[in-house]
Design a binder for this molecule. Structure first.
Ligand code: DX5
Ligand code: ZN
Length: 218
């Protein structure tokens, strides 16, 4: 059974206080820090680049899980790895024919690698690279914004991915991102996801430590 890990997304943090926000997440029991990098082209907004990852790196010992919502991620991967990213995930939709090369590049730079699929991208689109990945990230909202509603119809994809890994006897991380709450987290874990990304649920709660504990144990 894969360990359940809670990966709060700093997309919902106070960007002007990023250092203390990350320290607060670590104190409150987060397992990873999920960093949403947006380039203004793959998704409409721009968040931050590798210098923010280097700055966050100085405030926590937790692994940094960098979700690249960018086109041409191959141009960015080394910079993010050198900045201290522990895992770098890239979108199937952004990589085209280059996907396997980008995943190899991430590994060569010394980070864990993962592929991300949007809610309307089928798991079939990544079958041939799953064995190269440390993580499969399944989006449960369309990328670009925090605080959206969880899209239920991605759950069969989570189940299918877990069946594939179980059949191979592989304990790979299945990460899910978007719209996760204390109400729906149980169903998501039952489907087979073990890395839970949450932005709004954690940052909007009155008691961050209790919310992270609940997301972990519910
Ligand atoms: C969306 C991001 C998510 C987002 C999750 O593009 O990839 O990581 O921050 O936020 P919530 O949990 O608020 O949906
Ligand atoms: Zn994300």
């Amino acid at each position: 059974m894969n360990e359940i890990k809670i990966a709060p997304s700093v997309l919902s943090a106070d960007f002007a206080a990023m250092g203390s926000e990350v320290e607060r997440l670590e104190k409150c029991g987060a397992d990873l820090i999920h960093c949403d990098v947006m380039d203004g082209t793959f998704v409409p907004k721009i968040t931050f680049g590798c210098d923010m990852i280097a700055a966050i790196r100085r405030h926590t010992f937790l692994p940094l899980d960098v979700h690249l919502m960018v086109i041409n991620p191959q141009n960015q991967v080394r910079l993010f790895a050198e900045a201290g990213a522990s895992t770098i995930t890239v979108h199937r939709e952004a990589c085209g024919e280059d996907l396997k090369n980008v995943l190899r590049l991430i590994k060569n730079c010394g980070a864990h690698c993962g592929v991300v699929i949007n809610p309307d991208t089928s798991l079939k689109e990544v079958y041939d690279c799953l064995d190269m990945c440390d993580t499969l990230l399944i989006m449960s909202v369309f990328p670009g914004l925090g605080g959206q509603r969880f899209i239920e119809h991605v759950l069969p994809k989570v189940e299918e991915a877990r069946r594939i890994f179980d059949a191979q006897g592989i304990e790979k991380d299945i990460e899910i991102d978007g719209g996760i709450t204390e109400e729906n987290v149980r169903r998501i874990k039952d489907a087979g996801a073990n890395v839970i990304v949450t932005g709004n649920t954690v940052f909007r709660s009155k008691d961050m430590a209790a919310t992270i504990r609940n997301l972990k144990t519910l």
